[in-house]
Design a protein around this ligand. Structure first.
Ligand code: CMP
Length: 141
């Protein structure tokens, strides 16, 4: 019985180290401009895994709920308008330290300030249409 508890604890520890999940969304303009393949290739080439994926139309009510923390900010209405202007590609990304690694891969919010070769530097077209969203914590993912 003691051995079972030991192995269970070890398994849970190993799982928490290697299988963190993040949430990501390719934004409508990047979808329209046919960057889905290149963005997923960049994510997979980094060693992170796409473990769930769905192309969906973001309805206004859900988009407002998703971005609720930004409600009242000057860019909120434009953000909702752009995020609901066409389909998004929603993804669950898995890997060790996935949240931090994906954020690094995605780059700064403003594509003009994003490090070279990050996803936003390559495909972003402004702060609102910055190609991709990535969760900033395990909790928000
Ligand atoms: P995202 O990672 O999807 O999370 C919130 C979004 O709000 C962000 O990407 C940007 O697209 C947008 N955003 C954040 N700050 C600004 C800003 N100052 N002006 C316009 N849009 C912004």
């Amino acid at each position: 019985m003691q051995y079972i508890s030991y192995f269970l604890a070890l398994f849970l520890f190993a799982s928490s180290m290697y299988a963190e999940e993040s949430f990501s969304m390719i934004k409508p303009r990047a979808v329209t401009e046919q960057h889905i393949g290149a963005i997923i290739d960049q994510i997979e080439s980094s060693g992170l895994k796409v473990v769930a994926l769905k192309m969906v139309k973001f309805e206004t009510a859900l988009a407002k709920q998703f971005y609720a923390e930004h409600e009242g900010k000057p860019f909120f209405d434009a953000l909702i308008q752009k995020m609901t202007s066409g389909p998004v590609v929603a993804m669950v990304i898995e890997g060790e330290d996935a949240v931090r690694r994906l954020r690094t891969l995605v780059g700064a919010t403003n594509p003009e300030q994003a490090a070279p070769n990050t996803i936003r530097a390559r495909f972003g077209k402004g702060v609102t249409e910055n190609a991709i969203h990535a969760s900033d914590s395990v909790a928000s993912a």
